[in-house]
Design a binder for this molecule. Structure first.
Ligand code: OGA
Ligand code: MN
Length: 212
């Protein structure tokens, strides 16, 4: 009898990958891990994002909340599509992995994270997102930010780095290489997206505490 886990489960990130994220987040407020998603899952998610872009169903990203909410392409140039559970098998696999990460973060770092919200993001060549933090002025529920990159064959000369500005430490550039994950504390980490020379596909998400 074959008792090996099914292929879906065996392609999930290893416990060690979650532990490394927790350790790095605890030690310096951010973490980057290569090959976090299985290649077939990254490919399916990339196809889904590219299909949404080609169909014209991505919405221009906006900044701020409430009355100030607006599109400001000189500040933020990406187009997005919010994820909903059940929209595809690939999205559900991704959301299940994020649920495992949420539980690990709560167990290891006592963060009290209750929800996860996530969108596909598509930056065309030249688009960027200027320096910002991920918490809104009047809503501190976003606690941990996650970005997973979906481009295969990304080279350093394509640009498009996520540039972190950790307080008191050197700038850290993270190239958006497919299957790589970047995680950081939403309230603390000043960061920006540098322009790229090719389409840049990703999934951005936020673990939230209950709004106060
Ligand atoms: C964001 C963001 C970083 C990235 O969407 O808020 O900062 O690398 N994204 O795409
Ligand atoms: Mn951000």
């Amino acid at each position: 009898m074959n008792l090996a886990p099914s292929s879906t489960h065996s392609s999930a990130p290893a416990d060690e990958a979650y532990r490394r994220i927790l350790d790095a987040l605890h030690d310096h407020g951010w973490s980057e891990q290569d090959n976090f998603l299985a290649p077939d899952l990254t490919l399916s998610l990339a196809l889904e994002c590219a299909t949404l872009a080609a169909a014209g169903t991505l919405a221009w990203a906006r900044i701020s909340q409430g009355a100030a909410r607006s599109r400001q392409p000189e500040i933020r140039g990406d187009r997005i599509s919010w994820l909903e559970a059940g929209q595809s098998e690939a999205c559900d696999r991704y959301l299940a992995i994020m649920e495992t990460l949420r539980i690990a973060l709560n167990r290891g770092l006592f963060l009290g994270l209750e929800e996860y919200e996530s969108h596909f993001a598509f930056y065309a060549p030249g688009d960027s997102y200027l320096q910002h933090r991920d918490q809104f002025r009047h809503d501190d529920s976003r606690t941990v930010s996650v970005v997973i990159y979906l481009n295969a064959d990304w080279l350093p000369e394509h640009g498009g780095e996520l540039r972190l500005h950790p307080e008191g430490l050197d700038i850290r550039d993270i190239s958006p290489v497919g299957s790589r994950i970047a995680v950081f504390l939403s309230a603390d980490m000043l960061h920006e997206v540098l322009p790229a020379t090719r389409d840049r596909l990703s999934l951005a998400g936020w673990f939230r505490r209950r709004a106060q």
